[in-house]
Write a protein that binds this ligand. Structure first.
Ligand code: LLP
Length: 416
């Protein structure tokens, strides 16, 4: 299953040595495994076999069109939060009719664009948005399919920055308001109510918060049916966690089975919006040690990747496994902080890592396939990394390393 394994003391991505990738394409570079992406997608799909379903990969996790294309070829749908993401999906060969559109601040122009493209449905996040969608659809003489994203007020028990289903969070519509908002939606001439949706947070390592949310949505669905509002599609969002260190999240199959059991006889199309659980462990960030700086009280390994390439450790204190590409059998093992070139104290990818290192060594930062490149920036005027997709024994450049010209694209001097 793991696509990144040692063979003869060399770390490989599938059948390609990471050392080879560094030599050919340079560093820092994101390296993805096609096989891992496919296996993770199929683990959802297999668990849902025999039942109407839609797996909408959350594009924000990794939006490279090469990655989206791998999933689109397997029939994946997509969860988007912007028109930029929609256009990426279409460029990657994804079908608009399998797209769900989340996000709290869709503009009227966004709504019109998505309607014309023919998306499956809008995940509506506020009453104001519902009215806006109706208005835009009326102007275009179209019907807009909608699902309300509800905030079920459950604790996802994850990092506060990535917890989204509590009353204090900006996402979704308060579940207490749901019956009234469904009535309103049902009365609007250019709205077709199809679904109920929620997304309670990310990197959940237990099933119980999902089931708590599900129970609340199911009891709402049952009471809406009594009022003549028939819900056809139930979307539980994304959020299933992965193992970065010693977490033991359920496998997608286990999670889906638990949900199916709770659904009973209800004939609902089941939708999921997984991002991290498909992409995170499908990628590593390959980087080189530029310098070792050893003080009496602290050892630093200064690498060529930085917080602009991978911000999760700085932003969420996320722990990512850092492995030597060619482990050294001999040398002095030291405890290193793995830091980047950016001028910020928070610029680290790992702290207190026991490693035997020499200048020029290559390191692989694991679990970098989701929320890695997509959250990268040009801070400190650093060009963004290259992205490579490994497929068996071949490599494909799915994003070229940014050049100096790319960095200044669209900028201008003032006139004389
Ligand atoms: N659906 C919606 C509406 C979402 O907001 C998200 C993620 C997902 C699906 C996908 O969730 P996943 O399966 O990936 O957990 N940058 C953070 C994660 C932010 C997640 C935001 N929403 C991180 O690096 O941990």
């Amino acid at each position: 299953m793991d696509a990144f394994l040692y063979q003869n003391n060399e770390l490989f991505a599938e059948q390609v040595a990471l050392k080879q990738i560094a030599q050919t394409y340079g560093t820092p570079t994101y390296v993805y495994s096609r096989r891992h992406l496919e296996e993770r997608f199929l683990s959802y799909q297999n668990a849902l076999q025999g039942r109407e379903h839609l797996i909408c990969y959350a594009v924000k996790a990794n939006s490279n069109i090469g990655v989206l294309n791998v999933l689109a070829r397997l029939g994946s749908g997509f969860d988007i939060v912007s028109i930029g993401e929609l256009e990426r999906v279409l460029a990657a060969g994804g079908e608009a009719s399998k797209v769900v559109y989340s996000g709290v601040a869709k503009t009227k122009a966004d709504i019109a664009h998505a309607l014309k493209a023919g998306i499956h449905c809008f995940n509506v996040e506020s009453e104001g948005e519902l009215e806006a969608i109706n208005q835009v659809a009326a102007e275009l003489d179209m019907q807009a399919r909608i699902s309300l994203r509800l905030n079920p007020d459950v604790d996802a028990k994850t990092h506060p920055y990535i917890s989204t289903g509590l009353k204090d969070n900006k996402f979704g519509i308060d579940i207490e308001r749901a019956p009234a908002v469904y009535q309103r939606a049902n009365s609007l001439s250019h709205i077709e109510v199809i679904g109920v949706d929620c997304h309670i947070g990310s990197q959940l390592t237990e099933i119980s918060p999902f089931l708590d949310a599900l129970d609340r949505l199911l009891s709402l669905i049952d009471s809406l049916a009594e009022q003549g509002i028939v819900i056809k599609h139930l979307d539980l969002g994304g959020g299933l966690g992965v193992r970065y260190q010693d977490e033991t999240p359920p496998e997608p199959g286990e999670y889906v089975a638990a949900v199916l059991e709770r659904l009973g006889e209800r004939e609902l199309t089941l939708a999921f919006e997984p991002g991290r659980s498909i992409a995170a462990n499908a990628g590593v960030l390959l980087t080189k040690v530029e310098y070792l700086k050893c003080n009496p009280h602290k050892n630093f390994a200064i690498i060529d990747a930085a917080m602009n390439d991978m911000i999760r450790p700085a932003l969420y204190q996320a722990w990512l496994n850092i492995q030597p590409v060619t482990p050294r059998a001999e040398g002095v093992s030291k405890r290193y902080d793995i830091v980047g070139p950016v001028c910020e104290t928070g610029d680290f990818l790992g702290k207190d890592r026991e490693l035997i290192l020499e200048q020029g060594d290559l390191l692989s930062v694991a679990g970098a396939g989701a929320y890695g490149f997509t959250m990268s920036s040009n801070y400190n005027s650093r060009g963004r990394a290259a992205e490579i997709m490994v497929d068996g024994d071949s490599c494909h450049v799915i994003r070229a390393r940014e050049t100096i010209a790319d960095l200044m694209l669209g900028e201008a001097l003032l006139p004389e």
